[in-house]
Design a protein. Structure first.
Length: 586
């Protein structure tokens, strides 16, 4: 079993224990184990072989034994025992956003709801509003949550599918008969959610490749295995398709299966205008409806060149003006992961993070960063262990000592201290004058009160920006992919205010956020807004999630100069100091 699968088991145990009103510390122990396992940089099987399981934080003797049982058998009797106490399908209720153990038990006891289908039927019949503590508004929110849950069953987060795609490509490239292999489809375009996995390979012996792949165990179930194609299901039930094509068609096939569909249509239309036929086999001369010789097809570059265009990065292939920009020589120089110099939204063990500030600094240094920003939650966000003046003063002293030590060791790393301050419902910021003096920067965020209408929500956020205290607006629309839609806000007005006030808008790289979205990032780019791409990591390993934010930025046509964490430290600190001076004069 993978680390993610084992973490999911412990999450489920925690949910089942919550259903049974188990001791909160016991529940938290399983949640903590899941968090630790997800953040590991090594596989649990490797850690077990080294005899180091119980050295992991939060993994004692009992949980280590369960990890070993899962690694040995792929099953856990303790989980089976807990599951047996509830109807089949009942635990799916806990996957519906907003349905916790308390409500799940209420639905079962009062309405006989045994699964998601029962819950949907009860909500559609207006029976939820009749329950104690519920009402018409709760019922409407539940119906919306059920719709989001339904979508989550057909699509997966990019963060879930991308590692699988990379593992599959690595497997294919390791086969001696394979000349080239790549993943295609929406994963290659960096879309935030993924329906299925498209794989492509080229070989002189396609039947050997398909046979080897079908027998590799990479697919949980093989549904089709032919001479040039294999289809089946990945662990977790997602569809995967491998196509093996001849070398002269590989580039054309990669363009075709990468998509998007509308981008491919525009390429075919352009080809028709040039007297060419474009398909997954190549670009062909065509006259009077008769297909002539193949003019291009082995590489993507030659396919686009045959159409009079430069190569277009996959993230831009959404029929959003990329062909026109390519033809005019105006394709953006898209930001890359290599451009990122720092991460300005990291959570430490002072609040809900797992690692110390020093550990985060070292992890950043190992990634080639020159500086980082710690931004723990402010006091009003008690659910995340938010901190006030005394603890931030302690952080300030710790950061200053750490920076002095780093300078003494001639290490090119600097830690900036920030705070993630809550934007209250009235547009004020959860920030005292003393805290504002202690920190180097302020990240403003909305974590509560999502139900306001768009006028009020927009006014609330803009009022906070106008205080002059907020340097970065975190996850600006509050969405949680496949769980919760963005709160209602006028995005264009928000971007305009950020441009006017010089506030950087965040592309938050958390897998379920990616907020700003690609569409809103493009809007920000067009209006000249400053951006920042951050991991919002709660442990050192999750700093690597910034890759997802960069992919989202690339889909939004973002170039490096407009992203403040591509700037050298001197430029960034000068920008922050200038903002402080402007605030002092106002």
């Amino acid at each position: 079993m993978t680390n993610e699968q084992i973490a999911a088991v412990f999450d489920q145990i925690a949910e089942l224990l919550a259903l049974e009103d188990e001791n909160v510390f016991r529940i938290r122990s399983y949640q903590r184990a899941a968090e630790v396992i997800r953040g590991l940089g090594r596989e649990l099987a490797e850690i077990r072989a080294a005899g180091e399981l119980e050295q992991l934080p939060g993994v004692g003797e009992a949980i280590a034994a369960k990890v070993e049982e899962l690694l040995d058998t792929g099953d856990l009797q303790y989980l089976r025992k807990l599951q047996s106490r509830y109807p089949e399908g009942f635990l799916e209720l806990l996957q519906v956003p907003g349905v916790g153990p308390k409500h799940a038990k209420l639905f079962l006891r009062e309405l006989g709801v045994r699964n998601v289908a029962d819950l949907r039927a009860a909500a559609e019949a207006g029976r939820i509003r009749q329950l104690p503590g519920m009402g018409a508004r709760s019922e409407a929110k539940l119906l919306e949550a059920l719709q989001n849950w339904n979508e989550s069953q057909t699509r997966a987060l990019l963060a879930e599918m991308l590692p699988l795609a990379e593992q599959m490509v690595q497997l294919l490239r390791g086969l001696p008969e394979v000349e080239r292999a790549d993943y295609a489809g929406s994963i290659r375009r960096g879309r935030e959610t993924i329906g299925d996995l498209d794989l492509l390979a080229t070989s002189q012996h396609p039947e050997r490749v398909t046979t080897a792949f079908a027998r590799s165990g990479a697919l949980e179930r093989v549904e089709l295995a032919g001479d040039t194609k294999v289809s089946g299901l990945l662990p977790g039930g997602r569809q995967a398709d491998l196509r093996v094509v001849e070398p002269d068609s590989y580039g054309a096939a990669l363009v075709y299966f990468t998509g998007s569909q509308q981008h491919s249509i525009r390429l075919r239309e352009r080809g028709q205008d040039l007297g060419l036929k474009v398909n997954e086999y190549g670009v062909f001369a065509e006259q009077d409806g008769v297909e002539g010789p193949r003019l291009a097809g082995a590489t993507e570059e030659e396919v686009y060149a045959a159409l009079g265009l430069p190569w277009i990065p996959p993230e831009l292939r959404e029929d959003r003006g990329e062909l026109q920009a390519a033809e005019a020589g105006r394709l953006p120089q898209l930001i890359t992961l290599h451009d990122i110099r720092c991460d300005l939204h990291l959570h430490s063990s002072y609040t809900d993070g797992a690692d110390s500030i020093a550990a985060l600094a070292e992890a950043a240094r190992q990634r080639g960063y020159t500086h980082i920003g710690i931004a723990d939650h402010s006091a009003s966000l008690t659910v995340a262990g938010g901190i006030g003046e005394e603890q931030i003063a302690a952080q300030r002293a710790e950061v200053d000592r750490l920076n002095a030590q780093l300078r003494a060791r001639n290490q090119r790393m600097r830690v900036l201290l920030g705070t993630e301050a809550e934007i209250r419902a009235d547009g004020t910021v959860d920030l005292t004058p003393r805290i504002f003096e202690l920190v180097d920067f302020v990240v403003g965020a909305v974590h509560q009160g999502f139900s306001a209408d768009p006028d009020r929500m927009t006014a609330r956020i803009i009022a906070a920006l106008r205080t002059g205290m907020v340097d970065i607006l975190a996850h600006p629309t509050g969405r949680l992919l496949l769980q919760r839609p963005a709160y209602a806000v006028h995005a264009a007005e928000l971007v305009a205010a950020a441009v006017e006030l010089g506030v950087a808008l965040e592309i938050n790289s958390s897998p379920d956020r990616l907020d700003l979205s690609d569409v809103n990032a493009r809007l920000a780019v067009e209006q000249g807004a400053l951006l920042t791409i951050n991991s919002d990591a709660h442990n050192a390993a999750n700093m690597d999630l910034i890759r997802l934010g960069v992919l989202t930025a690339r889909r939004g046509w973002v170039e490096a100069p407009s992203v403040i964490n591509t700037w050298p430290l001197r430029k960034l600190t000068a920008w922050l100091q200038a903002r402080r001076q402007k605030k002092a004069k106002s």
